[in-house]
Design a protein around this ligand. Sequence first.
Ligand code: ADP
Length: 425
Amino acid sequence: MYGYSREEALGQVPARLLQTRYPGSKTSAYAMVMRNGAWEGRLVQTRKDGAVLVVEGKWALDKAAGRILQVNREVTDQVAASERFRHLVESVRDYAIFLLDARGRISSWNEGARRIKGYEEHEILGTHFSAFYPQEDIEAGKPERELRMAREAGRVEDEGWRVRKDGTRFFALVVITALYDASGKLTGYAKVTRDITARQLERQRLLDLERSKSAFLNLVAHELRSPLTVLRGYLSMFRDASPERRRELEERSLPALEAKTIEMSRLVDQMVEVARLEEGSLRLRADRVDLSTVADEAVALARALDELNVVGDPERVQMILSNMLSNAIKYSPSGTKVTVILDRTRELGRVAINDQGVGIPMSDQVRLFSRFMRVDRPDSDHVPGTGMGLYLSRELARRMGGDLVLQWSGSGGSSFALLMPLAEK
Ligand code: ADP
């Protein structure tokens, strides 16, 4: 093992010949064996050819003969393998990998654990692993429960929020494995934790989106159903009527039929536009548009003060203005005034639509332009709508280089303004 022949070795002091070192202990094995009569432990020694070897020594003192009997077994390869493995675990960055003793106290730490949980090794060794759990989980006995499940089933997997040293939370994927020695006694647990906060947030976002989508589809279905019911009602009246009655019916029902058809087309147009927006397939024209002409088309109310040319897609500008006007009317008591004001700044043409309606609570103003957002209030619960209008209108306005803004709102009413870039003279 050491490379020396019997002749070379006899009479030599072994510690000097083999350059024996005692890792982890300051006192030499010789001192120990003299005091206690026996010694066991690891040594680092050097072979004749200079190679370093790790040995497991079992020494005994033969008092009668005044000799020390040394049995040294080489374990260099095993040590190297376990050292390599320890290094591997220590250097893993994306997973917190650490050991717990049988009572759940932390007994090893790696780079990933430091990064994910924020504790340095010396701060955390010896601490009970429940330190990583939120207070409510500790109170519910979750850490203990997980150890018990690991003991019973061999391993336990869990997903949940955990706490970093600085108190912030992260969403963790955790696996705890129970460790047993050869005699079947529990020696502790291995715990691997991964920070999957980003994945969890994305999951939550998709879930929320899914939810708001189905709520939205329900709303749309509801909104389409009521004009459809009216159309169907008139159709069956027509079918059953005599020719004279038909003429009379025609006169009476045409305005309602027209209004309902417009209502449905507007809804369908809005849906198509939202779908285009979401898919990124929205194409906008950049024509020279006379805002006042479009406003005139939107409602007889809008009157041109002046020719006010902006750049934009006329159909979309029309869509935005009708939406603003219909909101102004929908969310105002009947008999109140809706005012349309056209003016310009240096770079923008503006159509402001002011109403004397219910107004928008301050707390809802921030989210007003979010997708499918509707102000929650009992007084306008019955008002039809999908929460698409403002979102779509603002998006369209912005993509045309303009904007749609809430200028003011309060108990006296609201004022929305469409701003569009002026066309060159
Ligand atoms: P909706 O289809 O619900 O009208 P919008 O996106 O057009 O959708 O509007 C979003 C919400 O903003 C509405 O539900 C409404 O509560 C509020 N809102 C919009 N315009 C006005 C207004 N002029 N006055 C008061 N509230 C308004």
